[in-house]
Design a binder for this molecule. Structure first.
Ligand code: NAD
Ligand code: MG
Length: 381
């Protein structure tokens, strides 16, 4: 079998490092062609030494020379602007986009236009550019496979089904660390508390997004674009154990669910092996242990981000760009302790109310809206 030639964008992050753990188990199936990191040059250097890619990119220039000194035959390039070029190169079959935030959009689009298989962890790509990406997909031989566990679950439930027989998508959410907090307790949430997720260990941005449940809002938008389903047919439900990763209800009332331990390696390998399955050594569920799976409705008063995200889709293309940019800025400001926790949804809401846009969406307009929103969200007290 020909090896899949992989570009791993964001290889030093949480998804990036877990994907390399999988690749270690399958040296006969994957060839790592490109690796990229932002500033963690030491980890990138270790990855280069182990996987000997053709090229590696470090987005910031600070340690370029240090990296070059230990890179052996791997060519080292710098600058995030170069990422879309790697994502569309003839040397690559599959792009795993594990970048975080709006910074991932250009590479997703470039990879799709170049007809690649795209394993997409960077959900923000679809949140800001769902329309552009789905249009580009129609004109290309590219495939877009989600890495996000919920969307991987949806895709796995939809194998062999007709999409027009879907009645509802039930997207599960752990509810994060503040599920049982009162609104009063939410006022005093610290950075340290927000960075502790009960079930998953992830990058800082998505961990905070999970705690505000903006992550679920972004995922509803992601599901809307991936499966071409109206937002009204996507129902979030709290499932604190994170064993059911999502469900589909069909028009005859039957539902399918996908289950497993909370372990991102499973949806990562599914995206890479799709439409096949590859073996994975990772812990399995123990069904002999007595345990409960429970479900609760989402409290939209306590987690306004979910509604803001759903409303942004109804408001039209530009609004999800504003939602995303305002949220990225608010989360960064919270992590720097510039603002309090409950200001995160406030900044998003104020940005949505203040930034309006009528132009039709193209990649350049997305960037303008993103930039203008960031300036606005940064200026809010
Ligand atoms: P992370 O912060 O751990 O890693 C992000 C990676 O992107 C790092 O390699 C970093 O060096 C690189 N990067 C960051 N900013 C960059 C920039 N401006 N230019 C170039 N490179 C940059 O994040 P993560 O948790 O791995 O998440 C990555 C994506 O996957 C996010 O979109 C997240 O929502 C999604 N996701 C993550 C998980 C998870 O379990 N971690 C689960 C589902 C979805
Ligand atoms: Mg998810």
């Amino acid at each position: 079998m020909k090896k899949q030639r992989l570009a791993i964008l964001g290889s030093t992050g949480s998804i990036g490092t877990q994907s390399l753990e999988i690749i270690r188990q399958h040296p006969d199936k994957f060839d790592v062609v490109y690796l990229t990191g932002n500033s963690n040059w030491k980890l990138l250097a270790e990855q280069i030494q182990e996987f000997t890619p053709q090229k590696a990119l470090i987005a910031t220039e600070d340690h370029l020379d240090d990296l070059k000194a230990v890179a052996g035959n791997t060519e080292i390039v710098t600058g995030a602007d170069y990422l879309p070029e790697l994502a569309s190169s003839d040397d690559v079959d599959t792009v795993l986009n594990a970048l975080v935030g709006f910074a991932g959009f250009d590479s997703t689009l470039a990879a799709i236009k170049a007809g690649k298989k795209v394993a997409l962890a960077n959900k923000e790509s679809l949140v800001v550019g769902g329309e552009i990406i789905t249009e580009a997909l129609k004109k290309s031989s590219a495939e877009l496979i989600p890495v996000d566990s919920e969307h991987s679950a949806m895709l796995q439930c939809l194998v062999g089904e007709n999409y027009d027989e879907i009645e509802k998508i039930i997207i599960t959410a752990s509810g994060g660390p503040f599920r049982e907090f009162t609104k009063q307790q939410m006022q005093n949430v610290t950075v340290q508390q927000a960075l502790k997720h009960p079930n998953w260990s992830m990058g800082a941005k998505i961990t905070v997004d999970s705690s505000t449940m903006m992550n679920k809002g972004l995922e509803i938008i992601e599901a809307h674009w991936l499966f071409d389903i109206p937002v009204e047919k996507i129902e979030p439900v709290i499932h604190p154990q994170s064993i059911i990763h999502s469900m589909i209800t069909f028009i005859d009332g039957s539902s399918k669910a996908q289950l497993g331990l909370p372990d991102m390696k499973v949806p990562i390998i599914y995206a890479l092996s799709h439409p096949e399955r590859f073996p994975l050594e990772t812990p399995r569920m123990n069904w002999q242990k007595a345990q409960k799976l429970t479900f609760e409705p989402v409290d939209y008063e306590k987690f306004p981000c979910v509604k803001l995200a759903m409303e942004s889709i109804e408001a039209g293309g530009y609004a999800s760009v504003v939602l995303n940019a305002a949220n990225e800025v608010a989360v960064e400001r919270f992590l720097k302790e510039e603002i309090g926790y409950i200001q995160i949804p406030e900044i998003v809401e104020k940005s949505l109310a203040n930034i309006q846009w009528n132009d039709s969406l193209d990649p350049e307009t997305l960037k303008e809206i993103d930039k203008e929103t960031r300036t606005f969200a940064q200026s809010l007290k």
